[in-house]
Design a protein around this ligand. Structure first.
Ligand code: NAG
Ligand code: NAG
Ligand code: NAG
Ligand code: NAG
Ligand code: NAG
Length: 291
């Protein structure tokens, strides 16, 4: 990632990439790279980033072009032409990155249905695509990755994922990134159960039962059913009128008596059987609303 940033500062490429190019080739620094023009035309010529006489050392031969000793100035858009305006083929040539392991990818799922979301920071000039090696070993399609400033994010789904079975094999996320000059390739393995973080519980309502005020709620809409199988542990936090806080944990129920003197409440939940994250808190709800 640092390398990508560094390179982008020192080189001004032809055009910034906006989508993954259909054809690209990855070369190592100082090694020769052979680019092919997919054509039967006999007389062709090449441009690099639109330039007919680039500084790079290039050896054309028939439909092939050898880039001798790939370096930064020799990376970019190699296009072959039959004549002015008669574009035949385009290959994007980049250097392989050596620092790929530094990408800080974090993934989260709201449920056990096989869908999850990943995000990571990266240089704004880079583009990424992602795919999933599913739990049965089959390879999913590439999906585009959205970017907002220097933050990248994507949603993936293993449609074969079985929420009821024990998760025996990890999911495998495969990411490819291209900056103007370099290529990055990395995989992440994880179990869905380790990245599950529910959404907050919903539909908090107050019920008067005799003298006692009860609070009831519903599991997050995205949490799977049946409740008997996909249990949730709830964490309630009350703020009392005298300013102190009271914690309460509830499992196997979706209601509880409200402690005396409580003015405000908020609630969060998690899967009771896997250790990871609590859901975000719900918004604070006032308990003194006019009845
Ligand atoms: C490469 O250059 C060709 C010719 O100018 C253009 O059509 C193509 O979109 C460029 N490709 C990329 C990935 O910039
Ligand atoms: C990686 O990202 C997570 C979540 O965005 C963050 O909490 C963590 O500090 C980051 N780690 C590093 C080494 O930057
Ligand atoms: C990227 O990594 C995958 C898996 O490690 C490998 O199969 C693939 O050939 C790599 N792609 C390139 C262009 O190096
Ligand atoms: C899984 O659940 C989420 C939240 O309800 C939903 O957005 C997503 O489309 C579901 N994915 C699949 C594969 O059913
Ligand atoms: C607030 O009220 C609760 C319950 O009546 C009591 O246990 C607690 O000590 C009180 N806290 C303060 C700061 O007075």
């Amino acid at each position: 990632m640092l390398v990508l940033v560094g390179l982008a500062l020192f080189l001004v490429p032809a055009e910034p990439l906006t989508a993954f190019p259909p054809k690209f080739q990855v070369g190592k620094l100082n090694q020769d790279v052979v680019v092919r023009c997919d054509t039967s035309e006999q007389h062709i010529y090449w441009t690099l980033n639109g330039d007919e006489e680039p500084m790079a050392e290039l050896v054309p031969e028939g439909q092939k072009l050898t880039i001798v000793g790939l370096d930064l100035p020799a990376t970019g858009n190699y296009s072959c032409w039959a004549g002015p305006g008669h574009l035949l083929d385009t290959t994007y040539v980049v250097l392989s990155s050596t620092r790929e392991e530094e990408l800080n990818v974090s993934c989260q799922a709201e449920s056990y249905n096989g869908s999850f979301h990943c995000s990571w920071p990266g240089p704004p000039s880079a583009i990424f695509r992602a795919r999933l090696i599913r739990s049965d070993g089959s390879v999913g399609p590439w999906v585009p990755v959205a970017s907002e400033q220097d933050q990248f994010s994507t949603s993936l789904a293993d449609t074969l994922f079985c929420p009821f079975g024990e998760e025996l094999r990890p999911l495998q996320l495969h990411l490819e990134g291209l900056s103007d000059t370099s290529y990055l390739n990395l995989s992440r393995h994880f179990f869905l159960r380790d990245i599950v973080r529910p959404e907050p519980p919903q539909q908090l309502i107050l019920q008067q039962r005799g003298e006692q005020l009860h609070l009831a709620w519903a599991p997050p809409a995205s949490w799977p059913l049946p409740k008997s199988y996909f249990a949730l542990l709830y964490h309630l936090q009350y703020e009392l009128h005298n300013g102190s806080q009271v914690e309460q944990f509830v499992e196997g129920a979706e209601e509880t008596p409200v402690p005396v003197g409580a003015g405000w409440v908020r609630i969060s939940c998690r899967d009771p059987y896997t250790p990871p994250a609590w859901s975000p808190w719900s918004a604070w709800m006032g308990l003194d609303a006019p009845q």
